[in-house]
Write a protein that binds this ligand. Structure first.
Ligand code: ADP
Ligand code: MG
Length: 256
């Protein structure tokens, strides 16, 4: 298996944000993670990347226990993510954002600038290829802050891909995007998988999740209430109840 969570919990005071969740993602899989607002989806990603330490449980990548490792160590081993709220360096160019993402986790800061010069600045073929793949090549010298929203979302995913991950964790990549952008996003996610990256997709746009995932799991109040193929999930009465019992499910709180 590619990624495995066993008995993962994260409590914030009395809130069981993630409550004894176990998941297994296979290599090359697009795995969906859905659930109402506040059900623990983003927290699950934060546990996988090491942004949060778990209250209990373990996470492993290709059989290697990651639980005690720092975020940058997990990045180096092949875990990458996007944020629900886009996080880019607005005052750096598009290409510079990718360079930082590609190299930032590898060495400590004092080596960073010398690496930059050794690498010949931005003349990096991987970055070039990534810019083309993300349809951002014509914008490579633009400041990230000057991009359109759709371009920022594309750069956010390119930034995650720049570290050459084995697993990509996408936290609502279509949020705020138009329907058309959503469809293109689906194609790009498939293309990323075809490059050999396994994908965990958190998404509210049901058509997108149902259309491209191989399997999915559903969280409610931090617990996994269902797991299966999209059609299993669509016909699952517990899942319907969880969604029907939730108001304003399209309104997301500001979180990471
Ligand atoms: N850093 C935090 N501190 C306190 N509570 C948090 C924190 N992060 C998330 N939570 C709480 O944990 C629960 C799950 O949140 P989250 O994982 O963001 O849900 P989702 O991504 O499914 O909408 C919510 O009740 C949320 O308020
Ligand atoms: Mg969230």
């Amino acid at each position: 298996m590619m990624l495995k969570l066993e008995g993962m919990s994260k409590h914030f005071g009395g809130v069981k944000a993630v409550d004894d969740v176990s998941l297994t993602m296979n290599e090359g899989e697009i795995f969906g993670l859905i659930g109402p607002n506040g059900s623990g989806k983003s927290t699950t990603i934060n546990l996988i990347t090491g942004l949060y330490a778990p209250t209990s449980g373990t996470v492993s990548l290709e059989g290697r226990d990651l639980t005690a490792l720092a975020q940058h160590e997990r990045t180096a081993l092949g875990v990458a993510r996007t944020f629900q709220n886009i996080r880019l360096f607005g005052n750096l160019s598009v290409a510079e954002n990718l360079w930082v993402a590609q190299n930032g986790h590898k060495q400590r800061r004092q080596h960073f600038i010398s690496r930059w010069f050794k690498a010949g600045g931005l003349q990096d073929t991987n970055i070039d290829e990534l810019l083309r793949f993300s349809r951002l090549h014509s914008k490579k010298d633009s400041l990230a802050s000057a991009l359109s929203f759709g371009e920022m979302r594309r750069l956010e995913m390119a930034r995650a891909l720049a570290s050459n991950p084995k697993v990509l964790l996408l936290d609502e990549p279509a949020a705020g995007a138009s329907i058309e952008d959503g469809q293109l996003l689906g194609e790009r996610i498939r293309a990323v998988r075809d490059r050999g990256v396994s994908i965990l997709l958190i998404e509210h746009m049901m058509e997108l999740v149902m259309g491209i995932t191989d399997r999915m799991a559903v969280l409610n109040f931090g617990r996994k209430i269902a797991e299966g193929t999209p059609s299993d999930i669509q016909s699952n009465p517990d899942v319907r109840a969880a969604y029907l019992g939730t108001k304003n499910k399209n309104k997301e709180p500001a979180d990471a």
